[in-house]
Design a protein around this ligand. Structure first.
Ligand code: CA
Length: 336
């Protein structure tokens, strides 16, 4: 009986994970095209824009509190170098793992800068040094999203990424073992719950599913092509056989956009067989990252890119810094 029930739930979960014709919009670091990435303000805006999922990149503090920021280092998105000038490691970086959450809370978060120039990576985004933002803890963010889900009567899911788990463990901190119980405590438990966990490291994806017993949805992140893998065997996840193997552990796969559409010009673009192969293995495909101020070379506008990705390539969803544009496009093409 239990087996039958599990099978029914599993097939139901697959239906939810890959609803044909209803792709999902994942707010990459929140509405990061408009507000400093991973601030609570950026998540509020993405929620209001109608994104289906809001992304959290998760790293740990010295006192093992999961916080939401993209890098394991603090200097490109905060004023850490000014506030704690003597706290860098010998390589010149300021690691979140060397600061308590109380110290992290003293920092001002800012629009991402290029550390070499000190200038904003995306010059047309939120001005540097204006207003006041903080780096949120994972729990603060989950509470915010669940509060907004209640008041807006619309559920936005979460999409936490376990950042550099092998590095964290080498430093003596088991990030997945700390994050998973928090997700469960906030009600993210099964494949019916509005949550995907993502990670670049296949060993950790396997560990999350087996040793740590995660029963929710799980996605392996990949680079843009087999050539860009790190030499540890990751190229096989681009093959149909590899995808069949991956599907025994994961529910989805998230490559760079260039794995979905290749080419350096609109005339030379080509939809690859990545999505067809992944769907053949029953894997959901959520690539990263579509930006209107940094379009792929093969697209001349967001509309053009969205048409190729959702109509020609048949994606199940994508990560974007501009959720509003993707939500509106899907709405006007009968896909919401
Ligand atoms: Ca991420």
């Amino acid at each position: 009986m239990k087996t039958i029930l599990t099978a029914v739930l599993y097939s139901l979960a697959l239906t939810i994970a890959a609803q044909p014709g209803k792709p999902v919009v994942i707010a990459h670091r929140g509405a990061s095209g408009y507000l400093p990435e991973h601030t609570l303000e950026a998540k509020v805006l993405a929620h209001a824009m109608g994104a289906d999922f809001l992304e959290q990149d998760v790293v740990l503090t010295k006192d093992d509190v999961p916080i939401v920021m993209h890098d394991i280092q603090l200097e490109t998105i905060s004023d850490v170098a000014r506030r704690f000038p003597d706290r860098q490691r010998t390589n010149g970086h300021y690691y979140a793992l060397d600061f308590t959450v109380a110290e992290i809370k003293q920092l001002h978060a800012n629009e991402r800068i290029n550390p070499k120039t000190g200038k904003a990576v995306y010059p047309n985004r939120f001005p540097l040094g204006q207003s006041s933002f903080q780096i949120p803890t994972l729990e603060e963010e989950l509470q915010l999203i669940q509060g907004l889900n209640k008041t807006s009567r619309r559920v936005a899911g979460i999409y936490p990424e376990i950042k550099q788990p092998a590095w964290h463990r080498k430093q003596g901190h088991d990030i997945s073992r700390i994050v998973l119980p928090i997700l469960r405590r906030y009600g993210y438990v099964s494949k019916q719950d509005p949550c995907w966990i993502q990670c670049f490291e296949m060993d950790e994806v396997k560990r999350i599913r087996t040793e740590l017993g995660w029963e929710g949805r799980l996605l392996l992140l990949l680079p843009g092509s087999p050539k860009k893998t790190d030499g540890s065997g990751g190229e096989k996840w681009f093959t149909p056989a590899g995808m069949e193997e991956l599907a025994k552990v994961a529910d989805g796969v998230g490559p760079e956009l260039s794995a979905i559409v290749s080419g350096n010009s609109k005339a030379g673009r080509k939809v690859t067989d990545f999505v067809r192969n992944a769907h053949g293995a029953k894997l959901t495909v959520h690539p990263y990252t579509l930006r209107s101020d940094d379009l792929p070379k093969w697209a001349d506008s967001m509309d053009d890119a969205l048409e190729v990705l959702f109509v020609e390539a048949g994606l199940d969803g994508l990560f974007t810094d501009f959720s509003d544009v993707a939500v509106q496009w899907l709405g006007s093409h009968g896909k919401r």
